[in-house]
Write a protein that binds this ligand. Structure first.
Ligand code: NAD
Ligand code: MG
Length: 398
């Protein structure tokens, strides 16, 4: 029996995780659930899955949840704040942590799970992007097991012998090919991109996801973050990691070997497949995803990325080459830019402008621990807010 903490249980990945758990009675016990602010949904989840702990972002929300739970006769204990996330991610009684908080906000708790030697199911790519070296050392030194949830990385993991343990060279790998759908604006005339709205940007053609990752998919910053994520997860040289556009999102990524073989993992675009894979690894369990009917899909297309259309992907490769502090800056500037765009305070095309501007002002420095990560992140956020204020003056399309 695996005993689970689900960080970010009210999000898209969190809810899909609970769906897979519910389909497999007797295999998993839910010990802790966490959310930032959605009291109603967390209450529903607590009544259904009966965790020992529930965590909310602030005291007012936690108090409300505790009262509602008490009225319903539940014994779930409600905690609040960032320290409580760390606490439930490293409880001695849990075996497994689903890290599904969005953004660098999830870093401390995901890192705590690694320090606790847990099986860490990593959806929260920003944690690995911003603290790759520190995070991977924690995994190695504390005997944690890191399993990727991101569909591309889960596909690569499945296409590598023993998940790539021993390194890419020993596995005979020549290239890792990350597939990208191209998002909602793959074929939109470039002249129209200036006026796209948050609603258009979050309407992904194949996947249903949280708002932040949906915007990242439109700009392809998501693929940039995934290149960096792959670098750390598989200890791969950035030069080995390539991106190819595949609009159907059926081939989730591929590994090319020295002998010319290319292995891939395919499936319908449904996050419950990688979630079920990682939850049950090395066994296989039902996920609820529809089975793939290749004849119904008909055609699988692949095309090169038009980097002029997706400057965020270029910025991510550049930051990866420049070093860890540039990557932290890239991520922080992107988190601010996406939020400003979603709040209609900057335009879509301002997202890469803002990130490039913040990157050009940042100095490179060494990163040794999470405090260093958080310092660089905080500085980059302040710079990004200042740049965003300047961009606002230029005006946003209505
Ligand atoms: P989401 O916005 O739907 O959910 C985010 C969750 O994190 C929610 O439960 C929210 O309450 C919690 N949260 C947000 N900010 C928080 C904070 N400051 N403190 C504590 N909790 C906070 O996001 P999602 O789409 O489920 O994505 C989660 C992570 O998984 C992201 O890192 C994303 O890149 C990654 N991911 C998602 C998908 C997908 O299909 N949704 C696919 C691959 C990777
Ligand atoms: Mg992905």
């Amino acid at each position: 029996m695996q005993r689970l903490t689900i960080l970010g249980s009210t999000g898209s990945i969190g809810a899909n995780t609970l769906d897979v758990v519910a389909r497999n009675p007797g295999k998993f016990e839910v010990v802790a659930l966490t959310a930032r602010s959605r009291v109603e949904l967390l209450l529903e989840q607590c009544l259904r899955f009966r965790p020992n702990y529930a965590v909310l972002g602030d005291e007012a929300a936690a108090g409300r949840l505790q009262r509602e739970l008490a009225t319903a006769g539940s014994r779930t204990r409600v905690l609040c704040g960032a320290d409580a996330l760390v606490e439930v991610a490293s409880l001695p009684e849990i075996t497994t942590v689903m890290a599904a908080i969005v953004g660098i906000a999830g870093l401390r708790a995901a890192h705590a799970a690694a320090l606790g030697g847990k099986r860490v199911l990593l959806a929260n790519k920003e944690a690995l992007v911003t603290a790759g070296g520190v995070f991977m050392s924690a995994v190695r030194e504390h005997g944690a097991e890191l399993l990727p949830i991101d569909s591309e990385h889960n596909a690569i993991f499945q296409s590598l012998p023993r998940g790539g343990r021993g390194g890419m060279v020993a596995c005979g790998v020549r290239r890792i090919l990350l597939t990208a759908s191209g998002g909602p604006f793959r074929t939109t005339p470039l002249a129209q991109l200036a006026g796209v709205t948050p609603e258009q940007a979050v309407a992904h053609p194949n996947w249903s996801m949280g708002r932040k990752i949906s915007v990242d998919s439109a700009t392809m910053m998501n693929k940039g973050l995934e290149v960096i994520e792959a670098r750390w997860l598989f200890d791969a040289d950035p030069g080995m990691i390539e991106v190819v556009i595949h609009p159907q999102s059926v081939v989730h990524s591929l590994v090319e070997y020295q002998d010319g073989s290319v292995l891939a993992q395919l499936g319908n675009p449904d996050m419950r497949t990688p979630i079920a894979h990682a939850l049950a690894y090395p066994q296989r369990i039902a996920s609820g995803a529809d089975f793939l009917e290749l004849a119904a899909v008909g055609t699988l297309q692949f095309e090169p990325v038009d980097i002029g259309r997706f400057p965020c992907l270029r910025l991510a490769y550049e930051a990866l080459r420049a070093g860890p502090s540039s990557v932290i800056t890239l991520n922080a500037a992107n988190e601010i830019a996406v939020e400003e765009f979603l709040q209609r305070r900057i335009a879509y095309l301002d997202i890469p402008r803002l990130i490039e501007d913040v990157l050009s002002r940042s100095a490179s420095r060494q990163i040794n621990d999470l405090e260093d990560v958080e310092e660089v992140d905080a500085e980059a956020r302040m710079a990004a807010v200042r740049v965003a204020a300047g961009l606002k003056a230029v005006g946003v399309p209505s």
